[in-house]
Design a protein around this ligand. Sequence first.
Ligand code: ATP
Ligand code: MG
Length: 421
Amino acid sequence: MIHIEIPQDVAFILGKIRNAGYEAYAVGGCVRDSLLKKIPKDWDITTSALPEQIKEIFPRTIDTGIKHGTVTVMINSTGYEVTTYRVDGEYLDGRHPEEVEFTANLDEDLKRRDFTINAFVYNEAEGVKDLFGGLKDLEDGIIRCVGVAEERFGEDALRILRAVRFAAVLSFTIEPETYKAAVKLAGNLSKVSAERIKAELEKTLVSDNPDYICLLKDMGLSKVILPELDEVKDTLGLKKALKAVNKEAKTRWAVLCYYLESELNTGRNAETGSISKKVMHGLKFDNKTMDCVIRFLTVSGNNISDKDIRIYSRRLLNRIGEEDIYHYLDFADAVGCISGDSIGGYELLKNAIDDILEKRECFSLKQLAVNGRDIMKECDINGKQVGELLDFLLETVMVSPEKNSREVLIEEAKAYGKQQL
Ligand code: ATP
Ligand code: MG
């Protein structure tokens, strides 16, 4: 009997349900990850008990998805999803089952799951139950649908992207029948919501094999959900760059977007970022990530022309912001837009940035030794002119950081005011 380590809380929940006379198992991803010696993100529990019965057993529960049979059991401050065995009804829209029906039969519940490696259950009394040869697939590194692949993808097209995602995350290959069915039913992906598509693409991108994103192209999936990818000719370059950067989502998205842009926007033009904006809007990105990716693209499209590496670095910090600067460096290095001859390449640039940050040299308005109020008081100017003056002072300090003191800047401001305002 295969034994896996389960957290105390999970053992407690399984034990309590079983003592009340029902079946209960840990199920799905947590069992798969445990068998792979990875630490599971969360522990899902499947049971023959009905939601009402679970609520009678545990004092603190939340009705998370009671219609679908899911109750969250709270132990201390952690929640565990406990779901009643169910059979999904017909998927008339290829997205949501019309209705779910509860069943007392574990096998029925496991049959509705997507892949053999996601259809294990475990409890300490019975060990791992493997109805569909998942253990062998796990050993061989194979993503295979439970049952007939075409039917499974027909019911829920999101599973097609989940296949790609699990292949990328686990470094597995997609079994030929499953692969063929995915290719055949690619069109059904048009029914899947943008949010769910984005989530799967992102999990693929932040995996150990971000280059598997190109499977979308090979399998004809991108023509339905990301047609811009089909235009990328240098897929080798894209794959290499994706693997070269850190695992942060925004860095990986920025690399992908960089390639989408460079193929479709012929020549560097003012529109850099327009294709990515469209793609990210379509995928319902949050504004913060989208802004960051667009900043990376526009700055890399490069209009910082200083030859002095420290001035260049301060301008870079000004444009990118401290929070994202190392992600940017990583990105820029991977796509090859750090120009070696003018500023000396990645290492020198990184050292310069480290040093500027350590010395707290000024590269933003909020670090200036004077603010708008100081300027208005000292220079007798109106509110409108303050902005222009502050920009001038920041420019001065980015070139000559030693000038970032109140006295010097007030002098500079007065001189500028006399000449220009
Ligand atoms: P992870 O949480 O690491 O993303 P997971 O396998 O736990 O992976 P979840 O989305 O949390 O994935 O789903 C839990 C389980 O529910 C899966 O292991 C699988 O058995 C089942 N499942 C999830 N989504 C689907 C789906 N679209 N079709 C069929 N079964 C699914
Ligand atoms: Mg999970």
